[in-house]
Design a protein around this ligand. Sequence first.
Ligand SMILES: [Fe+2]
Length: 209
Amino acid sequence: MAQGMSSKERLIHRNENYRGKNMREDILEYLQNEIYNRCQKETNKFGMGCYYHIAAVVKNAEILAEKYGADKEIVMIAAWLHDIASITDYSLYELHHIHGAEMAYPILKEFDYDDNKISLVQECIKNHRGSVNLEKNSLEELCVADADAISHFDSVPSLLYLAYVQRGMGIEEGKEFVKDKLTRSFQKLSAESKKYYQNKFEKVMEVLN
Ligand SMILES: [Fe+2]
C-alpha cells in the first residue's frame, strides 16, 4: 500500500480491494434499481418479497465469491439477474433459468459489457437452480447457485408469513413447512458451503424447534 496515505484514503483503498478492483459499479447500481422497479410492478406475481430474496442472493454470492476466490463482478451481476425472467413475466417461471440468461444479454450489451463476461454471467443464470440439479461448471456458477439456496435463511420471516398468512396454516403445520423448506434448501448446497453455513442452519432450526 502506498506510503503517506491519510486514514480516509487507506479506508477507500481497502474498500476497493474488498469490492474487487475496477468492478462495474455502474452495472451493479443499474441492476439493483432495475430489479427493484420490476419487482414493484403489478406484473410481478411474486410480490416485493422477491426483491429481498434477490438482494439476499447478491449478498451471499459476494461472500461466497470472496471465500472461494471467484470473480466477484460476474457473480454479483448474475445474482441480480438470476430470477429476472420470473419477476418480469410469470409465464416464464418454469424455464426462468433459460429465459433469464437470454434476457441478460441485451441488458449487459447496452453497457458495452465484454462478450466473454456476458457468457459467464449467462452460464451462472442457466445453472443456478438446485432443484433442476444442473452441473456446475465454474466457481462462479457454484457461488450463485449456493447463494440462491442459502438465501432462505435470510428471509425466515417471509417464509413464516407465507405459511401462516398466505397459506393459512396452523402453528405446527406452518413450523414443519418452514423447517422442511429450509432443510431442502440446505441440502442443495455444495459440500463446502454446507460446512460454511452449518452453524447458521443449526441456529435457525433451533429457533424453530
Ligand atoms: Fe432465486
